[in-house]
Design a protein around this ligand. Sequence first.
Ligand code: GTP
Ligand code: MG
Length: 426
Amino acid sequence: MSRQSSHAVLAARTDTGAPNTDEIEALTEAAGYTIQKIFTQTRPEDPTYDLGSGKVDEVADAIRETDADTVIVDNRLSPAQLFNLTDRLPAGTEVRDRYRLILDIFEAGASTKRAQLQVELARLRHELHRRREEQRRNEEWQGLQTIRDPEGEWIREVKQRIDRTHNRLNDLPDETTPGRERKREAGFDFVALAGYTNAGKSTLLHRLADDLDLDSAEPAHSDLGETAGVEDRLFKTLDTTTRRATMDGRRVLLSDTVGFIRDLPHDLVEAFRSTLTEVHDADVVVLVVDASRPIAAVRTRIETCRAEIDETDGDVLTVFNKADRLSEDELDRRKRALADLAPDPVVASATEDAGLDALRTRIVEALPTESAEFDLPHGPETERFVSWCHEHAAVDSVAYGESVSLSVQGRPAILERACARAQSIE
Ligand SMILES: Nc1nc2c(ncn2[C@@H]2O[C@H](COP(=O)(O)OP(=O)(O)OP(=O)(O)O)[C@@H](O)[C@H]2O)c(=O)[nH]1
Ligand SMILES: [Mg+2]
């Protein structure tokens, strides 16, 4: 992180109710700042500063009195508010809003070329708004001072950079999981783990995945940290990873995805399209929730995630994770209070390995499934058919008597092919 040694003052304002600063604190730390002081305020938005003017003075004092050189506001500031605030604070103070903070975290963590370019695009668009505002102000002050950029050159430059970044992104190869269709034809089911940042998605992936990494024959234990990092820090995972998992004989490709957050800047949702692609194309989306949070927070988190995964084709299965932190009573209260959003959640603890068998069963139940019974003559063709079924679907039973009886379950398209193959034997 580039701002490892920076110190920040936080300011959170809500229209009503006491502001909860847990999330902005975690975001601030994830961006590499040490928090020096936290200010909260309940009042309607001030059009000039977002915060009330008196609060801005208190924040300015805190900047003078502490080592902090950055102010972080837990709201989305308009470009004008950003300028006004900066003007009121001691010279050299950086102002970041929630949007810019999330952008910083993504910028520092993006490791693939695509992710880097996408974050760059979001940053440039933000910069364009900022420059337009500065230009507007310059024009207002025309009579008083020379205009910094009379031709709008400064704005054109950022527009050109936006175009260039766009082009570079378009030149990148298609990002969808390579061989996705081929893998479906081979009988794989697609399951995506989605959810709020820090819910435990990557931890669950490690628990559910088979030992072998999808793309290599190496045991995955040696590179756990890289394939799907697990850490108590927001937005730890910024790339989608896919691993194999076997559930009741079904072969599943399980994808870990980038976490969601309240007010996730839309440019960034776009930037991490691959997360949404995994989610939209999945047969089942496992929506992982940190159930140990206060009920109201769990509710907004489920709602935030549901809004993002709205367009999925598959079933959505909600997991109340981190159940190890809750008593039976607290768990029951959450289930009752959230029954409208998550009528029948799977209760689990990824770290304690609890509830995972139930989760596997529920995933398999939600997969598109057909089943069939076959009764075939002994012979090499039937043997080949039995192997094919093992490779492409889940074989519930095979009995060798006068004939070979076989009971198979799998993706509907696979079962259709199995029936056609069996007919050619009979
Ligand atoms: N107590 C408890 N902690 C858990 C559990 N599952 C995950 N955690 C912890 O929660 C933190 C976040 O877990 P991750 O798996 O990184 O969460 P994530 O959803 O992948 O987070 P991002 O990648 O940042 O979106 C880590 O410190 C985990 O050890 C659980 O069942 N119980
Ligand atoms: Mg993760």
